[in-house]
Design a protein around this ligand. Structure first.
Ligand code: PEP
Ligand code: MN
Length: 349
């Protein structure tokens, strides 16, 4: 259920409703919007209905949440969009975020040089995998903790917040030491215990759409994180399996406007893993930005032909500034301005 408070409701009235809902064993998720507060009540519907909250001080109305993805639904925020704050960088709303960096952390030099280049060009966040989900168990699996240390160094030097993947709950504490955003890979989208734990730890999450998952399944996965009280979730379209074999995956551009109708959460697009080929990354990025994506996560490498993994799709670092300028122009078509860059953030410190 959704308890919509009056715009004039006081903090005490909001708290009184929360207490009453919790007393019947339901969880409460207060969502404080610019105009009004909505309290999501997740639990036994009949118990909440029996409270007859309609008419209680400060309560405007009580509505059922019609979708199975309750906290992720657009309905719960009355059309307002979630804007995340990642170490001072805004994601969502009118802001466009560029998350850039190598597929995987390979060496100190490769990581630091890429971080410097993408920062100088104006990227918002730095990405890099220390734990890699590889199709083959014989392929390079990432540098693990050593890789995390390199990411920490890149963050200390450039000030860029870090996005890195968590594959296994046993690595959570180490990942939390450096990650500003935890990436949940496409293959783990339905790893529900992982999702719930990421929800409990409260760190922002970038949740990638499974290779063959519907948008509703993606939102149900997001719900596992939100339900634990972590509202900082970004959804990521990264290409899905279709009958087409001419390219690696099919980037589902329609997911951008449709997810935005279904949910209040920011929508990020990953053209690199969808395409598997560098030449497609720019056109897909332009299309995604113009279609209203809240950001792009893209792979960049100083020497992609020598990359240990995903070389063919990584952008050449030296060409990144030009790429970003063009993508920002496409984002402007959708009415978005670049999210505060790390260089600007540094200047404000
Ligand atoms: C990645 O971003 O490094 C990655 C492996 O992506 P995905 O989970 O979408 O395949
Ligand atoms: Mn990759």
């Amino acid at each position: 259920m959704m308890i919509v408070m009056k715009p004039t409701a006081t903090d005490q009235e909001v708290q009184a409703v929360i207490d009453r809902v919790q007393a019947v064993g339901a969880r409460t998720h207060p969502i404080v919007g610019e105009e009004l507060t909505v309290i999501g009540a997740i639990g036994d519907r009949e118990h909440v209905q029996r409270l007859e909250l309609e008419g209680a001080p400060g309560v405007d109305r009580v509505l059922p949440i019609l979708k199975p993805y309750k906290l992720a639904s657009a309905q719960i925020k009355h059309g307002e969009r979630s804007v995340l704050d990642i170490a001072g960088r805004k994601i969502g709303g009118t802001k466009f975020a560029m998350i850039a960096g190598p597929c995987t952390v390979e060496s100190r030099e490769q990581t630091l040089s890429t971080a410097r280049i993408v920062k100088d060009a104006g990227a918002t966040l730095f990405r890099g995998g220390a734990y890699k989900p590889r199709t083959s168990p014989y392929a390079f699996q990432g540098l693990g903790q050593e890789g995390l240390r390199m990411l920490a160094e890149a963050k200390a030097e450039t000030g860029m917040p870090i996005v890195t993947e968590l594959m296994d709950l046993r690595d959570l504490d180490q990942v939390l030491e450096v990650a500003d955003v935890i990436q949940i890979g496409a293959r783990n989208m339905q790893n529900y215990s992982l999702l719930a734990e990421v929800g409990r730890c409260g760190v922002p999450a970038l949740l990638k759409r499974g290779l063959s998952s519907t948008l509703e399944e993606l939102l149900m996965a997001a719900e596992y994180i939100l339900k634990e009280g972590n509202g900082n979730v970004m959804l990521c379209e990264r290409g899905i399996r279709t009958f087409e074999t001419a390219y690696r995956f099919t980037l589902d551009l329609m997911a951008i406007p449709v997810l935005k109708q279904m949910s209040h959460l920011p929508v990020i697009v990953d053209p690199s893993h969808a395409a598997g080929r560098r030449d497609l990354v720019l056109p897909l990025s332009l299309a995604a930005a113009a279609a209203g994506a809240d950001g792009i996560i893209v792979e960049v490498h100083p020497q992609p032909d020598q990359a240990i993994c995903d070389g063919p799709q990584q952008l050449v670092a030296d060409e990144f500034a030009d790429y970003l300028e063009r993508v920002h122009a496409a984002a402007a078509v959708a009415g978005k301005t670049p999210s505060r860059t790390s260089a600007m953030a540094d200047a404000l410190v």
